[in-house]
Write a protein that binds this ligand. Structure first.
Ligand code: ATP
Length: 133
């Protein structure tokens, strides 16, 4: 099957380079599936996993907000933060999840900020399970 090149880049550098038959990202409008020869587009990303599928195998990267730029032969994910499974400290993410949940349980809180922190932590915990997949 045809593949499309993928790169995940953060301000700290490239996190992932590869090619995939199918790329699935979480945009602010929902999940977007991308194959080779997709129409060009740019879309803001939500917090969530970016998934790369090839020959029945799936790799994932945890992505916080940013942008996806699609060209017919290349998908660029430009993220504020991104981690491959082996880069994720699950214990740190669990603690971040607990902190976010405690904040959301109290009244005087910036809910949007706490919810974003919670989503980042949940995404990291989930993506960390894809180690060696
Ligand atoms: P924390 O409260 O644990 O710092 P956070 O969601 O506020 O979590 P971010 O601001 O999204 O953290 O990320 C700051 C930097 O730390 C980024 O470079 C990000 O890749 C890295 N990072 C955050 N959480 C983890 C984690 N659980 N494992 C590995 N790297 C992480």
């Amino acid at each position: 099957m045809a593949t499309i090149q993928v790169s995940v880049i953060t301000p700290d550098g490239a996190v992932y380079e590869g090619d995939a038959e199918l790329v699935v990202v979480k945009t602010v409008e929902g999940e977007l599936g991308i194959k080779a020869k997709h129409i060009p587009l740019v879309s803001p990303l939500a917090v969530g996993p970016a998934r790369f599928i090839k020959e029945g195998k799936e790799e994932q990267v945890a992505v916080s907000s940013g942008f996806v730029e699609v060209r017919p032969d290349h998908v660029s994910i430009l993220a504020e933060t991104a981690e491959r499974p082996e880069q994720i400290d699950t214990e740190r993410a669990r603690k971040a999840k607990e902190r976010a949940e405690q904040r959301l349980a109290s009244e005087h809180v910036d809910r949007k900020r706490a919810e974003a922190a919670l989503q980042r932590a949940i995404t990291r915990i989930d993506v960390a399970k894809h180690k060696g997949a």
